[in-house]
Design a protein around this ligand. Structure first.
Ligand code: UD1
Length: 418
Protein backbone atom coordinates (compact mmCIF):
# COMPACT_ATOMS: atom_id res chain seq x y z
CA UNK A 1 0.00 0.00 0.00
CA UNK A 2 1.31 3.46 -0.89
CA UNK A 3 0.72 6.66 1.08
CA UNK A 4 1.40 10.34 0.59
CA UNK A 5 2.82 12.26 3.52
CA UNK A 6 2.24 15.99 3.17
CA UNK A 7 3.46 18.78 5.45
CA UNK A 8 1.08 21.56 4.49
CA UNK A 9 0.79 25.29 4.86
CA UNK A 10 3.37 26.16 2.16
CA UNK A 11 2.25 28.39 -0.74
CA UNK A 12 2.88 26.70 -4.11
CA UNK A 13 4.88 28.82 -6.52
CA UNK A 14 6.23 28.27 -10.03
CA UNK A 15 5.16 26.51 -13.21
CA UNK A 16 3.57 23.12 -13.94
CA UNK A 17 3.36 21.58 -17.41
CA UNK A 18 -0.01 19.90 -17.85
CA UNK A 19 0.02 16.35 -19.26
CA UNK A 20 -2.22 14.81 -21.90
CA UNK A 21 -5.83 14.16 -20.94
CA UNK A 22 -6.58 10.74 -19.46
CA UNK A 23 -10.22 10.90 -20.57
CA UNK A 24 -9.17 11.58 -24.18
CA UNK A 25 -6.24 9.15 -24.24
CA UNK A 26 -8.39 6.19 -23.10
CA UNK A 27 -11.04 6.32 -25.88
CA UNK A 28 -8.33 7.04 -28.46
CA UNK A 29 -6.30 4.03 -27.30
CA UNK A 30 -9.36 1.78 -27.77
CA UNK A 31 -10.17 3.53 -31.08
CA UNK A 32 -6.86 2.28 -32.53
CA UNK A 33 -8.60 -1.12 -32.80
CA UNK A 34 -10.58 0.36 -35.71
CA UNK A 35 -7.53 1.46 -37.73
CA UNK A 36 -5.28 -0.82 -39.71
CA UNK A 37 -1.52 -0.32 -39.59
CA UNK A 38 0.48 1.58 -37.02
CA UNK A 39 -0.56 4.64 -34.97
CA UNK A 40 1.77 6.72 -32.82
CA UNK A 41 0.04 8.58 -29.98
CA UNK A 42 1.82 11.55 -28.39
CA UNK A 43 1.12 13.30 -25.07
CA UNK A 44 -0.38 10.16 -23.52
CA UNK A 45 -0.26 10.67 -19.72
CA UNK A 46 1.79 8.29 -17.59
CA UNK A 47 -1.11 7.21 -15.34
CA UNK A 48 -2.24 3.78 -14.21
CA UNK A 49 -5.58 3.88 -16.11
CA UNK A 50 -3.59 4.26 -19.34
CA UNK A 51 -1.31 1.37 -18.37
CA UNK A 52 -4.40 -0.75 -17.66
CA UNK A 53 -5.86 0.15 -21.08
CA UNK A 54 -2.59 -0.85 -22.74
CA UNK A 55 -2.61 -4.17 -20.86
CA UNK A 56 -6.15 -4.80 -22.11
CA UNK A 57 -5.14 -3.94 -25.69
CA UNK A 58 -2.13 -6.27 -25.46
CA UNK A 59 -4.32 -9.04 -24.03
CA UNK A 60 -6.49 -8.97 -27.17
CA UNK A 61 -3.45 -9.05 -29.46
CA UNK A 62 -2.34 -5.43 -29.99
CA UNK A 63 1.37 -4.71 -30.36
CA UNK A 64 2.24 -1.72 -28.17
CA UNK A 65 5.69 -0.14 -27.96
CA UNK A 66 6.57 2.66 -25.52
CA UNK A 67 8.79 5.11 -27.49
CA UNK A 68 10.48 8.23 -26.06
CA UNK A 69 8.12 10.43 -28.12
CA UNK A 70 4.90 8.46 -27.65
CA UNK A 71 3.16 5.12 -27.79
CA UNK A 72 3.21 3.07 -30.99
CA UNK A 73 0.25 0.74 -31.48
CA UNK A 74 -0.63 -1.77 -34.16
CA UNK A 75 -3.93 -3.61 -33.73
CA UNK A 76 -3.85 -5.66 -36.95
CA UNK A 77 -3.58 -8.93 -34.96
CA UNK A 78 -6.36 -8.18 -32.45
CA UNK A 79 -9.00 -10.89 -31.84
CA UNK A 80 -12.34 -9.92 -30.27
CA UNK A 81 -13.96 -11.28 -27.15
CA UNK A 82 -10.92 -12.47 -25.21
CA UNK A 83 -10.13 -9.62 -22.77
CA UNK A 84 -9.71 -11.19 -19.32
CA UNK A 85 -12.04 -10.07 -16.52
CA UNK A 86 -9.17 -9.22 -14.11
CA UNK A 87 -7.91 -6.56 -16.54
CA UNK A 88 -11.23 -5.23 -17.77
CA UNK A 89 -12.66 -4.64 -14.29
CA UNK A 90 -9.78 -2.27 -13.47
CA UNK A 91 -11.03 0.64 -15.58
CA UNK A 92 -14.37 2.07 -16.56
CA UNK A 93 -13.03 2.86 -20.03
CA UNK A 94 -12.89 -0.87 -20.83
CA UNK A 95 -16.52 -0.38 -21.97
CA UNK A 96 -14.96 1.24 -25.05
CA UNK A 97 -13.70 -2.20 -26.08
CA UNK A 98 -17.36 -3.03 -26.82
CA UNK A 99 -17.86 -0.20 -29.31
CA UNK A 100 -14.47 -0.74 -30.96
CA UNK A 101 -14.87 -4.53 -31.26
CA UNK A 102 -18.45 -4.26 -32.54
CA UNK A 103 -17.31 -1.62 -35.05
CA UNK A 104 -14.45 -3.70 -36.45
CA UNK A 105 -15.48 -7.35 -35.90
CA UNK A 106 -19.29 -7.12 -35.40
CA UNK A 107 -18.88 -9.18 -32.23
CA UNK A 108 -17.82 -8.45 -28.66
CA UNK A 109 -17.72 -10.05 -25.21
CA UNK A 110 -16.56 -7.74 -22.40
CA UNK A 111 -16.93 -8.02 -18.62
CA UNK A 112 -18.97 -5.31 -16.92
CA UNK A 113 -16.55 -2.44 -16.23
CA UNK A 114 -14.85 -1.11 -13.08
CA UNK A 115 -13.57 2.43 -12.39
CA UNK A 116 -14.50 4.92 -9.67
CA UNK A 117 -17.34 3.79 -7.44
CA UNK A 118 -20.01 6.51 -7.35
CA UNK A 119 -22.80 3.94 -6.88
CA UNK A 120 -24.74 2.72 -9.90
CA UNK A 121 -23.06 3.46 -13.23
CA UNK A 122 -25.49 2.15 -15.87
CA UNK A 123 -24.64 1.33 -19.50
CA UNK A 124 -28.21 1.07 -20.81
CA UNK A 125 -27.66 3.96 -23.26
CA UNK A 126 -24.62 2.21 -24.76
CA UNK A 127 -26.62 -1.00 -25.20
CA UNK A 128 -29.69 0.72 -26.69
CA UNK A 129 -27.39 2.54 -29.11
CA UNK A 130 -25.62 -0.67 -30.22
CA UNK A 131 -29.05 -2.27 -30.75
CA UNK A 132 -30.17 0.71 -32.84
CA UNK A 133 -27.15 0.06 -35.11
CA UNK A 134 -28.35 -3.54 -35.58
CA UNK A 135 -26.40 -5.46 -32.91
CA UNK A 136 -28.06 -7.95 -30.61
CA UNK A 137 -26.83 -7.55 -27.02
CA UNK A 138 -27.12 -10.09 -24.17
CA UNK A 139 -26.04 -9.63 -20.57
CA UNK A 140 -24.88 -12.95 -19.20
CA UNK A 141 -22.91 -13.82 -16.03
CA UNK A 142 -21.39 -10.34 -15.70
CA UNK A 143 -20.50 -10.08 -19.40
CA UNK A 144 -21.90 -7.91 -22.17
CA UNK A 145 -22.06 -10.02 -25.33
CA UNK A 146 -22.86 -8.40 -28.67
CA UNK A 147 -23.31 -9.84 -32.16
CA UNK A 148 -24.12 -8.19 -35.48
CA UNK A 149 -23.76 -11.02 -38.02
CA UNK A 150 -25.11 -8.82 -40.83
CA UNK A 151 -22.95 -5.83 -39.88
CA UNK A 152 -23.91 -2.48 -38.36
CA UNK A 153 -26.11 0.09 -40.11
CA UNK A 154 -26.34 3.85 -39.63
CA UNK A 155 -29.20 4.99 -37.42
CA UNK A 156 -30.60 8.05 -35.65
CA UNK A 157 -29.98 7.76 -31.92
CA UNK A 158 -31.31 10.15 -29.31
CA UNK A 159 -29.66 9.85 -25.88
CA UNK A 160 -32.17 10.35 -23.02
CA UNK A 161 -29.30 11.54 -20.81
CA UNK A 162 -26.06 13.23 -21.85
CA UNK A 163 -23.44 10.51 -21.47
CA UNK A 164 -19.74 10.79 -22.30
CA UNK A 165 -19.34 7.01 -22.27
CA UNK A 166 -22.32 6.28 -24.54
CA UNK A 167 -21.30 9.04 -26.99
CA UNK A 168 -17.77 7.59 -27.23
CA UNK A 169 -19.03 4.02 -27.66
CA UNK A 170 -21.53 4.93 -30.38
CA UNK A 171 -18.90 6.90 -32.30
CA UNK A 172 -16.60 3.86 -32.10
CA UNK A 173 -19.31 1.42 -33.19
CA UNK A 174 -20.56 3.52 -36.11
CA UNK A 175 -17.43 4.83 -37.90
CA UNK A 176 -17.08 1.64 -39.97
CA UNK A 177 -20.85 0.97 -40.28
CA UNK A 178 -22.92 1.10 -43.43
CA UNK A 179 -24.66 4.48 -43.82
CA UNK A 180 -25.08 7.60 -41.70
CA UNK A 181 -25.47 7.66 -37.92
CA UNK A 182 -26.81 10.73 -36.11
CA UNK A 183 -26.18 11.00 -32.35
CA UNK A 184 -28.56 13.53 -30.80
CA UNK A 185 -28.17 14.97 -27.27
CA UNK A 186 -24.55 13.80 -27.48
CA UNK A 187 -21.89 14.80 -24.94
CA UNK A 188 -19.88 17.91 -25.97
CA UNK A 189 -16.76 17.36 -23.86
CA UNK A 190 -13.37 18.29 -25.37
CA UNK A 191 -12.41 14.61 -25.22
CA UNK A 192 -15.30 13.77 -27.56
CA UNK A 193 -13.84 16.28 -30.06
CA UNK A 194 -10.38 14.79 -29.58
CA UNK A 195 -11.67 11.27 -30.31
CA UNK A 196 -13.47 12.54 -33.43
CA UNK A 197 -10.34 14.43 -34.56
CA UNK A 198 -8.22 11.30 -34.12
CA UNK A 199 -10.70 9.13 -36.05
CA UNK A 200 -11.08 11.75 -38.82
CA UNK A 201 -7.29 11.82 -39.14
CA UNK A 202 -7.52 8.02 -39.60
CA UNK A 203 -10.02 8.52 -42.46
CA UNK A 204 -13.37 8.64 -40.62
CA UNK A 205 -16.12 11.12 -41.60
CA UNK A 206 -17.43 12.60 -38.35
CA UNK A 207 -18.94 16.09 -38.15
CA UNK A 208 -20.50 18.03 -35.30
CA UNK A 209 -18.29 16.76 -32.45
CA UNK A 210 -18.38 19.44 -29.76
CA UNK A 211 -22.06 20.12 -30.48
CA UNK A 212 -24.99 18.03 -29.27
CA UNK A 213 -25.61 16.54 -32.75
CA UNK A 214 -22.83 14.37 -34.16
CA UNK A 215 -23.06 12.88 -37.67
CA UNK A 216 -20.98 9.88 -38.65
CA UNK A 217 -20.84 8.73 -42.26
CA UNK A 218 -19.56 5.17 -42.19
CA UNK A 219 -16.38 4.42 -44.17
CA UNK A 220 -14.92 1.06 -45.28
CA UNK A 221 -11.52 1.35 -43.69
CA UNK A 222 -9.40 3.45 -41.32
CA UNK A 223 -5.62 3.77 -41.29
CA UNK A 224 -3.16 4.47 -38.46
CA UNK A 225 -1.82 8.02 -37.88
CA UNK A 226 0.46 10.11 -35.65
CA UNK A 227 -1.74 12.00 -33.19
CA UNK A 228 -1.23 14.29 -30.18
CA UNK A 229 -3.77 14.09 -27.36
CA UNK A 230 -5.18 17.34 -25.87
CA UNK A 231 -4.13 18.58 -22.39
CA UNK A 232 -5.91 17.35 -19.27
CA UNK A 233 -8.43 19.95 -18.10
CA UNK A 234 -9.04 18.17 -14.80
CA UNK A 235 -5.34 17.93 -13.95
CA UNK A 236 -5.07 21.65 -14.80
CA UNK A 237 -8.17 22.47 -12.73
CA UNK A 238 -6.82 20.55 -9.74
CA UNK A 239 -3.57 22.57 -9.77
CA UNK A 240 -5.52 25.81 -10.26
CA UNK A 241 -7.41 25.04 -7.05
CA UNK A 242 -4.16 24.02 -5.32
CA UNK A 243 -2.65 27.45 -6.14
CA UNK A 244 -5.68 29.24 -4.68
CA UNK A 245 -5.97 26.94 -1.64
CA UNK A 246 -2.30 27.31 -0.64
CA UNK A 247 -2.32 31.11 -1.18
CA UNK A 248 0.29 30.55 -3.85
CA UNK A 249 0.84 31.44 -7.51
CA UNK A 250 1.10 28.84 -10.27
CA UNK A 251 1.45 29.14 -14.03
CA UNK A 252 0.03 26.12 -15.82
CA UNK A 253 1.44 25.61 -19.30
CA UNK A 254 0.54 23.51 -22.35
CA UNK A 255 -3.18 23.85 -21.69
CA UNK A 256 -6.20 25.06 -23.64
CA UNK A 257 -7.58 27.94 -21.49
CA UNK A 258 -11.00 27.74 -23.20
CA UNK A 259 -11.53 24.25 -21.75
CA UNK A 260 -11.09 25.74 -18.28
CA UNK A 261 -13.80 28.44 -18.65
CA UNK A 262 -16.29 27.06 -16.11
CA UNK A 263 -13.55 26.32 -13.56
CA UNK A 264 -11.93 29.73 -14.12
CA UNK A 265 -15.30 31.48 -13.71
CA UNK A 266 -15.95 29.77 -10.34
CA UNK A 267 -12.42 30.45 -9.10
CA UNK A 268 -12.81 34.14 -9.95
CA UNK A 269 -16.21 34.22 -8.18
CA UNK A 270 -14.50 32.71 -5.14
CA UNK A 271 -11.97 35.54 -5.15
CA UNK A 272 -9.03 33.94 -6.99
CA UNK A 273 -7.05 35.87 -9.60
CA UNK A 274 -6.72 34.10 -12.98
CA UNK A 275 -4.69 35.56 -15.86
CA UNK A 276 -5.07 33.93 -19.27
CA UNK A 277 -2.22 33.40 -21.74
CA UNK A 278 -2.43 31.72 -25.16
CA UNK A 279 -1.61 28.22 -23.89
CA UNK A 280 -1.30 28.99 -20.20
CA UNK A 281 -3.11 30.24 -17.13
CA UNK A 282 -1.60 31.94 -14.09
CA UNK A 283 -3.56 31.50 -10.88
CA UNK A 284 -2.93 33.38 -7.66
CA UNK A 285 -4.92 33.72 -4.47
CA UNK A 286 -6.96 36.86 -3.84
CA UNK A 287 -7.46 38.64 -0.51
CA UNK A 288 -10.02 36.12 0.75
CA UNK A 289 -11.94 33.06 -0.39
CA UNK A 290 -15.60 33.91 -0.92
CA UNK A 291 -18.56 31.52 -0.55
CA UNK A 292 -20.12 30.50 -3.89
CA UNK A 293 -22.77 28.18 -5.39
CA UNK A 294 -21.79 25.47 -7.88
CA UNK A 295 -23.80 22.91 -9.84
CA UNK A 296 -21.99 20.21 -11.80
CA UNK A 297 -23.27 19.65 -15.34
CA UNK A 298 -22.11 18.10 -18.62
CA UNK A 299 -19.60 20.26 -20.57
CA UNK A 300 -19.55 23.24 -21.00
CA UNK A 301 -21.01 23.21 -17.48
CA UNK A 302 -18.89 22.87 -14.36
CA UNK A 303 -17.24 19.40 -14.41
CA UNK A 304 -18.26 16.76 -11.87
CA UNK A 305 -14.56 15.79 -11.73
CA UNK A 306 -13.74 19.20 -10.15
CA UNK A 307 -16.40 18.98 -7.44
CA UNK A 308 -14.32 17.49 -4.55
CA UNK A 309 -11.36 19.85 -5.12
CA UNK A 310 -13.67 22.89 -4.89
CA UNK A 311 -15.11 21.56 -1.60
CA UNK A 312 -11.59 21.85 -0.20
CA UNK A 313 -11.13 25.43 -1.40
CA UNK A 314 -14.54 26.48 -0.09
CA UNK A 315 -13.82 24.86 3.29
CA UNK A 316 -10.96 27.36 3.63
CA UNK A 317 -13.35 30.30 3.26
CA UNK A 318 -15.08 32.04 6.17
CA UNK A 319 -18.36 31.98 4.25
CA UNK A 320 -20.93 29.31 3.33
CA UNK A 321 -21.10 27.64 -0.10
CA UNK A 322 -23.15 24.93 -1.79
CA UNK A 323 -22.20 22.34 -4.40
CA UNK A 324 -25.01 20.49 -6.17
CA UNK A 325 -24.02 17.34 -8.02
CA UNK A 326 -25.80 17.03 -11.35
CA UNK A 327 -24.09 13.88 -12.66
CA UNK A 328 -23.31 11.43 -9.81
CA UNK A 329 -25.47 11.76 -6.72
CA UNK A 330 -23.19 9.48 -4.70
CA UNK A 331 -20.13 11.58 -5.23
CA UNK A 332 -19.95 12.86 -1.65
CA UNK A 333 -17.99 10.07 0.02
CA UNK A 334 -14.95 12.38 0.30
CA UNK A 335 -16.91 14.67 2.66
CA UNK A 336 -16.36 12.46 5.75
CA UNK A 337 -12.60 12.47 5.15
CA UNK A 338 -12.55 16.25 4.69
CA UNK A 339 -14.61 16.74 7.85
CA UNK A 340 -11.92 14.80 9.72
CA UNK A 341 -9.53 17.55 8.59
CA UNK A 342 -11.81 20.17 10.16
CA UNK A 343 -14.23 20.92 7.29
CA UNK A 344 -17.94 21.40 8.02
CA UNK A 345 -19.83 19.77 5.14
CA UNK A 346 -23.45 18.61 5.34
CA UNK A 347 -24.82 16.54 2.51
CA UNK A 348 -28.52 16.60 1.79
CA UNK A 349 -29.53 14.62 -1.31
CA UNK A 350 -27.57 16.00 -4.24
CA UNK A 351 -26.34 19.12 -2.43
CA UNK A 352 -23.42 19.65 -0.07
CA UNK A 353 -23.47 22.73 2.14
CA UNK A 354 -19.96 23.80 3.06
CA UNK A 355 -19.62 26.11 6.04
CA UNK A 356 -16.12 27.50 5.60
CA UNK A 357 -13.93 27.10 8.69
CA UNK A 358 -11.11 29.37 7.54
CA UNK A 359 -8.60 26.48 7.53
CA UNK A 360 -7.98 22.74 7.74
CA UNK A 361 -5.65 20.60 9.84
CA UNK A 362 -3.56 17.60 8.82
CA UNK A 363 -4.76 14.11 9.94
CA UNK A 364 -4.63 10.59 8.45
CA UNK A 365 -7.23 10.26 5.66
CA UNK A 366 -8.06 7.85 2.86
CA UNK A 367 -8.54 8.42 -0.89
CA UNK A 368 -12.00 7.02 -1.62
CA UNK A 369 -11.83 7.61 -5.38
CA UNK A 370 -9.64 9.37 -7.96
CA UNK A 371 -10.85 12.98 -7.68
CA UNK A 372 -11.69 12.63 -3.98
CA UNK A 373 -8.08 11.58 -3.49
CA UNK A 374 -6.82 14.56 -5.49
CA UNK A 375 -8.98 16.80 -3.31
CA UNK A 376 -7.33 15.37 -0.19
CA UNK A 377 -3.91 16.17 -1.69
CA UNK A 378 -5.04 19.80 -2.16
CA UNK A 379 -6.43 19.76 1.40
CA UNK A 380 -3.15 18.40 2.76
CA UNK A 381 -1.15 21.08 0.91
CA UNK A 382 -3.37 23.82 2.38
CA UNK A 383 -3.72 22.35 5.89
CA UNK A 384 -1.59 23.10 8.90
CA UNK A 385 0.49 20.10 9.97
CA UNK A 386 1.00 16.59 8.66
CA UNK A 387 -1.55 14.85 6.40
CA UNK A 388 -1.18 11.17 5.64
CA UNK A 389 -3.25 9.96 2.66
CA UNK A 390 -3.68 6.21 2.23
CA UNK A 391 -4.88 4.25 -0.82
CA UNK A 392 -3.16 6.69 -3.20
CA UNK A 393 -3.21 4.10 -6.01
CA UNK A 394 -6.63 5.63 -6.77
CA UNK A 395 -4.97 9.02 -7.36
CA UNK A 396 -2.28 7.49 -9.61
CA UNK A 397 -5.14 6.43 -11.94
CA UNK A 398 -5.36 9.99 -13.25
CA UNK A 399 -2.45 12.24 -12.20
CA UNK A 400 0.82 12.03 -14.12
CA UNK A 401 3.90 12.42 -11.84
CA UNK A 402 1.86 14.24 -9.21
CA UNK A 403 4.50 14.09 -6.48
CA UNK A 404 7.30 15.35 -8.74
CA UNK A 405 5.17 18.15 -10.21
CA UNK A 406 4.10 19.36 -6.76
CA UNK A 407 7.59 19.11 -5.26
CA UNK A 408 8.90 21.24 -8.15
CA UNK A 409 6.59 24.09 -7.06
CA UNK A 410 7.49 23.91 -3.38
CA UNK A 411 5.19 21.25 -1.90
CA UNK A 412 6.44 19.03 0.90
CA UNK A 413 4.92 15.75 -0.33
CA UNK A 414 6.48 12.28 -0.24
CA UNK A 415 5.31 8.92 -1.51
CA UNK A 416 5.96 6.15 1.02
CA UNK A 417 5.49 2.37 0.78
CA UNK A 418 3.88 0.83 3.85
C1 UD1 B 1 -18.90 10.91 -16.29
C2 UD1 B 1 -18.82 12.39 -16.54
C3 UD1 B 1 -17.40 12.71 -16.92
C4 UD1 B 1 -16.47 12.23 -15.80
C5 UD1 B 1 -16.71 10.77 -15.42
C6 UD1 B 1 -15.98 10.36 -14.16
C7 UD1 B 1 -20.40 13.90 -17.61
C8 UD1 B 1 -21.47 14.04 -18.64
N1 UD1 B 1 -19.80 12.72 -17.56
O1 UD1 B 1 -18.48 10.24 -17.49
O2 UD1 B 1 -17.26 14.09 -17.12
O3 UD1 B 1 -15.12 12.35 -16.20
O4 UD1 B 1 -18.10 10.57 -15.19
O5 UD1 B 1 -16.32 11.17 -13.12
O6 UD1 B 1 -20.11 14.83 -16.90
N2 UD1 B 1 -26.02 7.26 -17.72
C9 UD1 B 1 -27.14 6.48 -17.89
N3 UD1 B 1 -27.04 5.42 -18.76
C10 UD1 B 1 -25.90 5.12 -19.44
C11 UD1 B 1 -24.77 5.93 -19.25
C12 UD1 B 1 -24.84 6.99 -18.38
O7 UD1 B 1 -28.17 6.73 -17.30
O8 UD1 B 1 -25.91 4.15 -20.22
C13 UD1 B 1 -26.07 8.39 -16.78
C14 UD1 B 1 -25.15 8.18 -15.57
O9 UD1 B 1 -25.78 7.48 -14.53
C15 UD1 B 1 -24.78 9.59 -15.19
C16 UD1 B 1 -24.81 10.34 -16.53
O10 UD1 B 1 -25.55 9.53 -17.43
O11 UD1 B 1 -25.74 10.14 -14.34
C17 UD1 B 1 -23.44 10.65 -17.12
O12 UD1 B 1 -22.75 9.41 -17.29
P1 UD1 B 1 -21.54 9.25 -18.32
O13 UD1 B 1 -21.22 10.56 -18.92
O14 UD1 B 1 -21.83 8.12 -19.24
O15 UD1 B 1 -20.41 8.77 -17.38
P2 UD1 B 1 -18.90 8.73 -17.74
O16 UD1 B 1 -18.67 8.48 -19.18
O17 UD1 B 1 -18.29 7.84 -16.72
Amino acid sequence: MQKYIIHGGKPLSGGIRISGMKNAALPILFATILASGKSVLHNIPDVSDVHAAIEILRSVGAEVIYRPDGIEICTDSVSPGIAPYELVQKIRASTYLMGAELGRFHTTRVAMPGGCDFGQRPIDLHIKGFEALGASIQLSSGYVCGEAPNGLFGSEIYFDTISVGATVNLILASVLSDGITVLDNAAREPHICDLANFLNACGARITGAGTSVIKIKGVDKLHGVDYTVIPDMIEAGTYMVAAAATKGKLTLTDIIPKHMDSVTAKLIQAGTVVEEGINSLTVSSGESIRGIQIKTLPYPGFPTDMHPQFSVLLSLSDETSTITEGIWENRFRYADELCRMGANITVNGKTATIKGQGGLCGVPVKAVDLRAGAALVVAGLAAEGRTEISDVGKICRGYDHLVEKLRDVGADITLVET
